[in-house]
Design a protein around this ligand. Structure first.
Ligand SMILES: Cc1cc2nc3c(=O)[nH]c(=O)nc-3n(C[C@H](O)[C@H](O)[C@H](O)COP(=O)(O)OP(=O)(O)OC[C@H]3O[C@@H](n4cnc5c(N)ncnc54)[C@H](O)[C@@H]3O)c2cc1C
Ligand code: SF4
Ligand code: SF4
Length: 422
Protein backbone atom coordinates (compact mmCIF):
# COMPACT_ATOMS: atom_id res chain seq x y z
CA UNK A 1 0.00 0.00 0.00
CA UNK A 2 1.43 3.37 -0.94
CA UNK A 3 1.54 5.95 1.78
CA UNK A 4 -0.58 8.95 0.95
CA UNK A 5 1.58 11.99 0.37
CA UNK A 6 0.18 15.37 1.14
CA UNK A 7 1.65 18.52 -0.28
CA UNK A 8 1.81 21.00 2.59
CA UNK A 9 -0.61 23.82 1.98
CA UNK A 10 1.16 27.03 1.01
CA UNK A 11 0.97 29.69 3.73
CA UNK A 12 -0.88 32.62 2.18
CA UNK A 13 -2.26 34.46 5.19
CA UNK A 14 -1.20 38.13 5.29
CA UNK A 15 -1.90 41.40 7.10
CA UNK A 16 -5.56 41.51 5.99
CA UNK A 17 -6.12 38.15 7.69
CA UNK A 18 -4.17 39.16 10.79
CA UNK A 19 -6.10 42.41 11.02
CA UNK A 20 -9.52 40.78 10.89
CA UNK A 21 -8.75 37.59 12.83
CA UNK A 22 -6.45 38.91 15.57
CA UNK A 23 -5.86 42.68 15.69
CA UNK A 24 -9.54 43.64 15.71
CA UNK A 25 -11.08 40.45 17.10
CA UNK A 26 -10.00 40.77 20.74
CA UNK A 27 -7.22 38.14 20.46
CA UNK A 28 -4.33 40.56 19.95
CA UNK A 29 -2.15 40.89 23.04
CA UNK A 30 0.04 43.64 21.63
CA UNK A 31 3.16 41.47 21.78
CA UNK A 32 4.65 43.22 18.72
CA UNK A 33 5.86 39.98 17.12
CA UNK A 34 4.27 41.01 13.82
CA UNK A 35 6.07 44.35 13.93
CA UNK A 36 9.49 42.77 14.52
CA UNK A 37 8.89 40.28 11.71
CA UNK A 38 7.66 42.76 9.09
CA UNK A 39 10.41 42.96 6.46
CA UNK A 40 8.99 46.15 4.92
CA UNK A 41 8.72 48.11 8.19
CA UNK A 42 5.14 49.10 7.52
CA UNK A 43 3.75 48.22 10.95
CA UNK A 44 3.74 50.67 13.83
CA UNK A 45 2.78 50.22 17.49
CA UNK A 46 -0.08 52.21 18.95
CA UNK A 47 0.40 53.08 22.63
CA UNK A 48 -2.01 55.99 22.60
CA UNK A 49 -4.66 55.69 25.34
CA UNK A 50 -3.61 52.18 26.22
CA UNK A 51 -4.16 50.69 22.76
CA UNK A 52 -1.01 48.47 22.70
CA UNK A 53 -1.81 47.28 19.18
CA UNK A 54 -0.06 47.13 15.82
CA UNK A 55 -1.32 49.33 13.00
CA UNK A 56 -0.44 49.74 9.35
CA UNK A 57 1.61 52.82 8.58
CA UNK A 58 0.45 53.13 4.96
CA UNK A 59 -3.12 54.19 4.47
CA UNK A 60 -3.82 53.69 0.78
CA UNK A 61 -5.58 50.35 1.37
CA UNK A 62 -7.15 51.29 4.69
CA UNK A 63 -6.11 49.98 8.12
CA UNK A 64 -6.70 46.34 7.18
CA UNK A 65 -4.91 46.36 3.83
CA UNK A 66 -1.26 45.90 2.92
CA UNK A 67 0.12 46.17 -0.60
CA UNK A 68 3.05 43.88 0.35
CA UNK A 69 0.57 41.32 1.65
CA UNK A 70 -1.26 41.43 -1.68
CA UNK A 71 2.08 40.70 -3.36
CA UNK A 72 2.71 37.64 -1.19
CA UNK A 73 4.36 38.85 2.02
CA UNK A 74 3.17 36.68 4.92
CA UNK A 75 5.71 37.45 7.66
CA UNK A 76 3.26 39.06 10.11
CA UNK A 77 0.90 36.09 10.27
CA UNK A 78 3.84 33.69 10.51
CA UNK A 79 5.03 35.60 13.57
CA UNK A 80 1.75 36.02 15.43
CA UNK A 81 1.28 33.89 18.54
CA UNK A 82 -2.48 34.30 18.46
CA UNK A 83 -3.12 33.56 14.78
CA UNK A 84 -5.19 30.43 14.07
CA UNK A 85 -3.64 27.21 15.47
CA UNK A 86 -0.67 28.99 17.07
CA UNK A 87 -0.71 26.96 20.25
CA UNK A 88 -0.61 23.46 18.83
CA UNK A 89 1.99 24.59 16.25
CA UNK A 90 4.19 25.98 19.02
CA UNK A 91 3.69 22.92 21.26
CA UNK A 92 4.57 20.54 18.45
CA UNK A 93 7.60 22.56 17.43
CA UNK A 94 8.93 22.68 20.98
CA UNK A 95 8.15 19.20 22.22
CA UNK A 96 7.60 17.19 19.06
CA UNK A 97 4.08 16.30 20.12
CA UNK A 98 0.66 17.76 20.88
CA UNK A 99 0.02 18.64 24.50
CA UNK A 100 -2.16 16.42 26.68
CA UNK A 101 -5.33 17.76 28.33
CA UNK A 102 -3.74 17.61 31.79
CA UNK A 103 -0.85 19.84 30.65
CA UNK A 104 -2.72 22.99 31.60
CA UNK A 105 0.49 24.86 32.43
CA UNK A 106 2.28 23.69 29.29
CA UNK A 107 4.88 21.04 28.69
CA UNK A 108 7.47 20.78 31.40
CA UNK A 109 10.91 19.18 31.72
CA UNK A 110 11.71 20.22 35.26
CA UNK A 111 10.27 22.48 37.93
CA UNK A 112 12.62 24.13 40.38
CA UNK A 113 12.75 26.83 42.97
CA UNK A 114 15.77 28.94 42.16
CA UNK A 115 17.56 32.08 43.23
CA UNK A 116 20.62 34.00 42.17
CA UNK A 117 23.65 33.47 44.36
CA UNK A 118 24.95 36.94 43.57
CA UNK A 119 23.68 39.36 46.20
CA UNK A 120 23.14 42.27 43.77
CA UNK A 121 20.90 40.17 41.55
CA UNK A 122 18.98 38.74 44.46
CA UNK A 123 18.42 42.22 45.85
CA UNK A 124 17.40 43.78 42.54
CA UNK A 125 15.26 40.88 41.30
CA UNK A 126 11.52 40.78 41.76
CA UNK A 127 11.69 37.33 43.31
CA UNK A 128 14.94 35.33 43.25
CA UNK A 129 16.68 37.45 40.58
CA UNK A 130 16.79 34.35 38.39
CA UNK A 131 15.87 36.05 35.12
CA UNK A 132 18.60 38.64 35.49
CA UNK A 133 21.16 36.06 36.59
CA UNK A 134 20.36 33.93 33.52
CA UNK A 135 20.74 36.92 31.21
CA UNK A 136 24.11 37.85 32.67
CA UNK A 137 25.30 34.25 32.49
CA UNK A 138 24.28 33.95 28.84
CA UNK A 139 25.95 37.28 27.98
CA UNK A 140 29.15 36.26 29.74
CA UNK A 141 29.19 32.82 28.11
CA UNK A 142 28.59 34.27 24.65
CA UNK A 143 25.28 32.46 24.29
CA UNK A 144 23.67 35.82 23.54
CA UNK A 145 24.87 39.25 22.42
CA UNK A 146 21.95 41.15 23.92
CA UNK A 147 18.68 40.71 25.76
CA UNK A 148 15.34 42.32 24.94
CA UNK A 149 14.04 43.44 28.32
CA UNK A 150 11.80 46.02 29.94
CA UNK A 151 13.43 49.15 31.26
CA UNK A 152 12.02 52.09 33.11
CA UNK A 153 11.86 55.34 31.19
CA UNK A 154 14.14 58.21 32.22
CA UNK A 155 15.63 58.05 35.70
CA UNK A 156 13.13 55.40 36.77
CA UNK A 157 11.03 57.76 38.85
CA UNK A 158 8.08 57.61 36.49
CA UNK A 159 7.53 53.82 36.51
CA UNK A 160 6.91 53.95 32.79
CA UNK A 161 7.88 50.49 31.49
CA UNK A 162 9.51 50.62 28.08
CA UNK A 163 11.21 47.97 25.94
CA UNK A 164 15.00 48.14 25.89
CA UNK A 165 18.20 46.32 25.09
CA UNK A 166 20.56 45.00 27.80
CA UNK A 167 24.14 44.10 26.82
CA UNK A 168 26.04 44.60 30.05
CA UNK A 169 25.81 43.57 33.69
CA UNK A 170 24.69 47.08 34.67
CA UNK A 171 22.01 47.15 31.99
CA UNK A 172 20.69 43.75 33.09
CA UNK A 173 20.63 44.88 36.73
CA UNK A 174 18.92 48.16 35.87
CA UNK A 175 16.13 46.22 34.12
CA UNK A 176 15.55 43.77 37.01
CA UNK A 177 12.24 43.73 38.90
CA UNK A 178 8.66 43.68 37.61
CA UNK A 179 6.56 46.46 36.27
CA UNK A 180 2.93 45.42 36.00
CA UNK A 181 2.13 47.61 33.04
CA UNK A 182 2.83 46.36 29.54
CA UNK A 183 6.21 46.48 27.89
CA UNK A 184 6.31 44.91 24.41
CA UNK A 185 9.96 43.88 24.71
CA UNK A 186 9.98 42.60 21.14
CA UNK A 187 10.08 46.26 20.06
CA UNK A 188 13.69 46.27 21.26
CA UNK A 189 14.51 43.76 18.50
CA UNK A 190 15.21 46.40 15.83
CA UNK A 191 17.53 48.56 17.96
CA UNK A 192 19.37 45.45 19.19
CA UNK A 193 20.01 44.25 15.65
CA UNK A 194 20.87 47.75 14.46
CA UNK A 195 23.56 47.82 17.16
CA UNK A 196 25.03 44.60 15.76
CA UNK A 197 23.50 41.90 17.99
CA UNK A 198 22.79 38.58 16.27
CA UNK A 199 22.05 36.23 19.18
CA UNK A 200 19.20 37.51 21.28
CA UNK A 201 17.30 36.54 24.39
CA UNK A 202 13.73 37.71 24.78
CA UNK A 203 12.28 38.31 28.26
CA UNK A 204 8.53 38.64 28.48
CA UNK A 205 5.15 37.31 29.53
CA UNK A 206 3.67 34.30 27.74
CA UNK A 207 2.05 36.48 25.10
CA UNK A 208 5.54 37.56 24.06
CA UNK A 209 7.59 34.42 24.57
CA UNK A 210 5.33 32.30 22.34
CA UNK A 211 6.31 34.52 19.41
CA UNK A 212 9.84 33.16 18.77
CA UNK A 213 8.58 29.58 18.73
CA UNK A 214 5.69 30.39 16.42
CA UNK A 215 8.09 32.28 14.14
CA UNK A 216 10.38 29.25 13.97
CA UNK A 217 7.51 26.79 13.50
CA UNK A 218 6.13 28.85 10.61
CA UNK A 219 9.52 29.73 9.13
CA UNK A 220 9.16 33.47 9.55
CA UNK A 221 12.85 33.95 8.74
CA UNK A 222 15.84 35.41 10.50
CA UNK A 223 13.90 37.24 13.20
CA UNK A 224 12.91 33.91 14.73
CA UNK A 225 16.40 32.49 14.24
CA UNK A 226 18.00 35.40 16.07
CA UNK A 227 15.66 34.98 19.04
CA UNK A 228 17.55 32.00 20.36
CA UNK A 229 16.53 32.06 24.02
CA UNK A 230 13.35 33.15 25.72
CA UNK A 231 12.72 33.67 29.42
CA UNK A 232 9.04 33.78 30.33
CA UNK A 233 7.29 35.65 33.16
CA UNK A 234 4.16 34.00 34.51
CA UNK A 235 1.26 36.39 34.20
CA UNK A 236 -2.48 36.63 34.81
CA UNK A 237 -2.80 40.14 33.48
CA UNK A 238 -1.07 43.45 33.06
CA UNK A 239 -2.48 46.90 33.66
CA UNK A 240 -2.92 50.03 31.63
CA UNK A 241 -0.33 52.70 32.39
CA UNK A 242 -3.08 55.10 33.47
CA UNK A 243 -3.51 53.03 36.67
CA UNK A 244 -0.82 55.15 38.34
CA UNK A 245 -2.61 58.48 38.06
CA UNK A 246 -6.21 57.36 37.89
CA UNK A 247 -6.10 54.75 40.66
CA UNK A 248 -3.01 54.72 42.91
CA UNK A 249 -2.73 58.48 43.05
CA UNK A 250 -6.36 59.60 42.68
CA UNK A 251 -7.80 57.04 45.09
CA UNK A 252 -4.94 56.26 47.47
CA UNK A 253 -2.73 59.35 47.24
CA UNK A 254 0.33 57.32 46.20
CA UNK A 255 2.24 59.35 43.65
CA UNK A 256 3.98 57.53 40.83
CA UNK A 257 7.29 59.27 41.51
CA UNK A 258 7.26 58.10 45.15
CA UNK A 259 7.03 54.37 44.40
CA UNK A 260 10.17 52.24 44.66
CA UNK A 261 8.72 48.73 44.32
CA UNK A 262 5.40 47.10 43.48
CA UNK A 263 4.51 43.46 43.92
CA UNK A 264 1.20 41.66 43.64
CA UNK A 265 0.42 39.05 46.23
CA UNK A 266 -3.36 39.05 46.45
CA UNK A 267 -3.11 42.85 46.89
CA UNK A 268 -0.93 45.51 45.29
CA UNK A 269 2.01 45.80 47.66
CA UNK A 270 3.58 49.22 47.25
CA UNK A 271 6.81 50.43 48.84
CA UNK A 272 7.59 54.16 48.74
CA UNK A 273 10.73 56.27 48.93
CA UNK A 274 9.89 57.56 52.40
CA UNK A 275 9.93 53.98 53.73
CA UNK A 276 6.14 53.64 53.86
CA UNK A 277 4.38 50.47 52.73
CA UNK A 278 0.84 50.32 51.33
CA UNK A 279 -1.57 47.53 50.46
CA UNK A 280 -4.11 48.45 47.82
CA UNK A 281 -7.01 46.09 47.01
CA UNK A 282 -6.39 44.28 43.77
CA UNK A 283 -10.08 43.99 42.98
CA UNK A 284 -10.42 47.75 42.77
CA UNK A 285 -7.63 47.85 40.18
CA UNK A 286 -9.37 45.44 37.79
CA UNK A 287 -10.92 48.33 35.88
CA UNK A 288 -7.40 49.14 34.60
CA UNK A 289 -6.80 45.64 33.19
CA UNK A 290 -5.25 45.99 29.78
CA UNK A 291 -7.67 45.01 27.00
CA UNK A 292 -5.07 42.77 25.36
CA UNK A 293 -5.02 40.49 28.44
CA UNK A 294 -8.72 39.79 28.57
CA UNK A 295 -8.66 36.79 26.21
CA UNK A 296 -5.16 35.56 27.04
CA UNK A 297 -4.99 31.83 27.84
CA UNK A 298 -1.34 31.64 28.90
CA UNK A 299 -0.49 32.14 32.58
CA UNK A 300 2.67 30.05 32.76
CA UNK A 301 4.59 31.41 29.72
CA UNK A 302 4.27 28.01 28.17
CA UNK A 303 6.58 28.38 25.18
CA UNK A 304 9.54 29.98 26.89
CA UNK A 305 12.76 27.99 27.31
CA UNK A 306 12.52 28.83 31.00
CA UNK A 307 9.42 30.26 32.69
CA UNK A 308 9.56 32.10 36.00
CA UNK A 309 7.06 33.20 38.60
CA UNK A 310 6.66 34.55 42.08
CA UNK A 311 3.99 32.24 43.37
CA UNK A 312 5.27 30.27 46.28
CA UNK A 313 5.62 30.21 50.00
CA UNK A 314 9.32 30.93 49.90
CA UNK A 315 10.20 34.59 49.64
CA UNK A 316 13.09 35.42 47.33
CA UNK A 317 12.89 32.20 45.37
CA UNK A 318 11.69 32.15 41.77
CA UNK A 319 9.42 29.31 40.69
CA UNK A 320 11.33 28.14 37.62
CA UNK A 321 9.89 25.88 34.93
CA UNK A 322 12.43 24.45 32.51
CA UNK A 323 10.80 23.64 29.20
CA UNK A 324 13.47 23.14 26.54
CA UNK A 325 16.78 21.34 26.16
CA UNK A 326 18.54 24.65 25.85
CA UNK A 327 16.86 25.95 29.00
CA UNK A 328 17.98 22.84 30.84
CA UNK A 329 21.55 23.28 29.63
CA UNK A 330 21.69 26.88 30.85
CA UNK A 331 20.29 26.03 34.28
CA UNK A 332 22.65 23.06 34.69
CA UNK A 333 25.68 25.17 33.71
CA UNK A 334 24.70 27.91 36.15
CA UNK A 335 24.14 25.51 39.02
CA UNK A 336 27.46 23.78 38.32
CA UNK A 337 29.23 27.15 38.30
CA UNK A 338 27.51 28.27 41.51
CA UNK A 339 25.64 31.12 39.81
CA UNK A 340 22.25 29.73 40.76
CA UNK A 341 20.99 27.93 43.83
CA UNK A 342 18.16 25.50 43.22
CA UNK A 343 15.85 23.21 45.12
CA UNK A 344 13.16 20.88 43.85
CA UNK A 345 9.80 22.38 42.95
CA UNK A 346 8.21 19.74 45.18
CA UNK A 347 9.53 21.70 48.18
CA UNK A 348 6.56 23.99 47.56
CA UNK A 349 3.63 21.82 46.42
CA UNK A 350 1.21 24.71 46.94
CA UNK A 351 3.01 26.76 44.30
CA UNK A 352 2.77 23.96 41.75
CA UNK A 353 -0.94 23.46 42.43
CA UNK A 354 -1.53 27.19 42.19
CA UNK A 355 0.37 27.44 38.90
CA UNK A 356 -1.87 24.78 37.45
CA UNK A 357 -5.04 26.40 38.76
CA UNK A 358 -4.07 29.85 37.53
CA UNK A 359 -3.21 28.35 34.15
CA UNK A 360 -6.66 26.81 33.90
CA UNK A 361 -8.24 30.08 35.01
CA UNK A 362 -6.42 31.90 32.19
CA UNK A 363 -7.41 29.22 29.66
CA UNK A 364 -11.06 29.85 30.50
CA UNK A 365 -10.68 33.35 29.05
CA UNK A 366 -9.92 32.08 25.55
CA UNK A 367 -13.06 32.82 23.48
CA UNK A 368 -15.27 29.93 22.41
CA UNK A 369 -15.45 31.56 18.98
CA UNK A 370 -11.69 31.09 18.37
CA UNK A 371 -9.87 27.79 17.58
CA UNK A 372 -10.50 25.16 20.24
CA UNK A 373 -6.84 24.32 21.11
CA UNK A 374 -6.33 26.47 24.24
CA UNK A 375 -9.57 25.10 25.73
CA UNK A 376 -8.21 21.52 25.65
CA UNK A 377 -8.76 19.82 29.00
CA UNK A 378 -10.17 22.93 30.65
CA UNK A 379 -12.78 21.77 33.15
CA UNK A 380 -15.97 23.79 33.57
CA UNK A 381 -15.76 26.33 36.40
CA UNK A 382 -16.62 24.82 39.76
CA UNK A 383 -18.58 26.43 42.55
CA UNK A 384 -16.14 28.15 44.86
CA UNK A 385 -16.61 25.80 47.78
CA UNK A 386 -16.42 22.68 45.64
CA UNK A 387 -13.22 24.04 44.11
CA UNK A 388 -11.70 24.53 47.53
CA UNK A 389 -12.65 21.06 48.67
CA UNK A 390 -11.35 19.43 45.51
CA UNK A 391 -8.03 21.21 45.81
CA UNK A 392 -7.58 19.88 49.31
CA UNK A 393 -7.48 23.39 50.74
CA UNK A 394 -7.89 23.21 54.48
CA UNK A 395 -6.66 26.45 56.02
CA UNK A 396 -8.87 29.54 55.73
CA UNK A 397 -6.19 31.15 53.56
CA UNK A 398 -5.99 28.17 51.24
CA UNK A 399 -9.77 27.90 51.01
CA UNK A 400 -10.04 31.58 50.18
CA UNK A 401 -7.29 31.32 47.57
CA UNK A 402 -8.83 28.26 46.02
CA UNK A 403 -12.23 29.89 45.93
CA UNK A 404 -10.70 32.95 44.34
CA UNK A 405 -9.16 30.92 41.56
CA UNK A 406 -12.36 28.99 40.93
CA UNK A 407 -14.44 32.13 40.66
CA UNK A 408 -11.87 34.32 39.01
CA UNK A 409 -12.00 36.63 42.04
CA UNK A 410 -8.97 37.69 44.01
CA UNK A 411 -8.68 36.57 47.61
CA UNK A 412 -8.37 39.15 50.37
CA UNK A 413 -4.82 40.01 51.32
CA UNK A 414 -4.78 38.14 54.60
CA UNK A 415 -5.90 35.01 52.80
CA UNK A 416 -3.41 35.08 50.00
CA UNK A 417 0.16 35.00 51.15
CA UNK A 418 1.27 33.11 48.08
CA UNK A 419 -1.02 34.34 45.33
CA UNK A 420 0.89 36.54 42.97
CA UNK A 421 -1.94 36.80 40.54
CA UNK A 422 -3.31 40.08 39.42
C1 LIG B 1 3.10 42.07 34.07
C2 LIG B 1 3.61 40.95 34.93
C3 LIG B 1 2.72 40.12 35.57
C4 LIG B 1 3.20 39.07 36.36
N1 LIG B 1 2.29 38.28 37.00
C5 LIG B 1 2.72 37.24 37.73
C6 LIG B 1 1.77 36.39 38.39
O1 LIG B 1 0.57 36.60 38.32
N2 LIG B 1 2.26 35.34 39.09
C7 LIG B 1 3.60 35.06 39.17
O2 LIG B 1 3.98 34.09 39.81
N3 LIG B 1 4.51 35.85 38.56
C8 LIG B 1 4.09 36.93 37.86
N4 LIG B 1 5.01 37.74 37.22
C9 LIG B 1 6.43 37.34 37.23
C10 LIG B 1 7.18 37.84 38.45
O3 LIG B 1 6.78 39.15 38.80
C11 LIG B 1 8.70 37.86 38.18
O4 LIG B 1 8.98 38.59 37.01
C12 LIG B 1 9.31 36.49 38.00
O5 LIG B 1 9.05 35.70 39.13
C13 LIG B 1 10.84 36.57 37.79
O6 LIG B 1 11.43 37.08 38.94
P1 LIG B 1 13.01 37.24 39.02
O7 LIG B 1 13.36 37.88 40.32
O8 LIG B 1 13.63 35.93 38.70
O9 LIG B 1 13.26 38.22 37.79
P2 LIG B 1 14.18 39.55 37.70
O10 LIG B 1 15.60 39.16 37.82
O11 LIG B 1 13.63 40.61 38.56
O12 LIG B 1 13.95 39.93 36.14
C14 LIG B 1 12.69 40.32 35.69
C15 LIG B 1 12.77 40.58 34.20
O13 LIG B 1 11.45 40.92 33.77
C16 LIG B 1 11.49 42.02 32.88
N5 LIG B 1 10.25 42.77 33.05
C17 LIG B 1 9.88 43.51 34.12
N6 LIG B 1 8.67 44.05 33.93
C18 LIG B 1 8.27 43.67 32.70
C19 LIG B 1 7.12 43.93 31.94
N7 LIG B 1 6.11 44.68 32.39
N8 LIG B 1 7.03 43.39 30.71
C20 LIG B 1 8.02 42.62 30.22
N9 LIG B 1 9.16 42.34 30.90
C21 LIG B 1 9.27 42.85 32.14
C22 LIG B 1 12.71 42.81 33.30
O14 LIG B 1 13.24 43.53 32.22
C23 LIG B 1 13.67 41.73 33.81
O15 LIG B 1 14.52 41.33 32.78
C24 LIG B 1 4.58 38.83 36.47
C25 LIG B 1 5.48 39.69 35.82
C26 LIG B 1 5.02 40.74 35.07
C27 LIG B 1 6.01 41.64 34.38
S1 SF4 C 1 -0.83 39.25 19.00
FE1 SF4 C 1 1.22 40.13 18.65
S2 SF4 C 1 1.86 39.35 16.63
FE2 SF4 C 1 -0.36 39.02 16.82
S3 SF4 C 1 -1.30 40.81 15.86
FE3 SF4 C 1 -1.14 41.25 18.04
S4 SF4 C 1 0.83 42.33 18.27
FE4 SF4 C 1 0.87 41.31 16.26
S1 SF4 D 1 -2.34 38.24 30.62
FE1 SF4 D 1 -0.12 38.54 30.66
S2 SF4 D 1 0.58 37.03 29.18
FE2 SF4 D 1 -1.53 37.37 28.78
S3 SF4 D 1 -1.71 39.04 27.27
FE3 SF4 D 1 -1.78 39.94 29.28
S4 SF4 D 1 0.30 40.52 29.69
FE4 SF4 D 1 0.38 39.00 28.08
Amino acid sequence: MTEERRTPERWKAEWADLYSEVVTSGLCTGCAGCIAACPHDVLGYDTVAGAYKPYHLEDELGPGGCSHGLRGCTSCTRACPRFRTWESEADTFMAGRERQPEEQAGMVRRVLLARATNHDFLAAGQDGGVVSAILLWCLEQGRIDAALVSQVEGDGGGWKAVPGVARTRDEVLAAAGSRYTYSANMLAYAPAVAAGAEKLALVGMGCQTSAPVVMKARKAGKVGRRLGLSIGLMCSKSFDDSIFEEFFEARYGIARADIVKINIKGVFQIWCRDGSYHEVPLKEGHAWTRDGCKACPDFAAEHADISTGGIGELEDWTLTVVRSEQGEEVIDEMVAAGALEVRPGEDDPGALALMRRLSTASRRRWPATAVAGPKLGVPPPKAASAGAAASGATTPAAVATSAAVATGQEPPSTAAPTLDAP
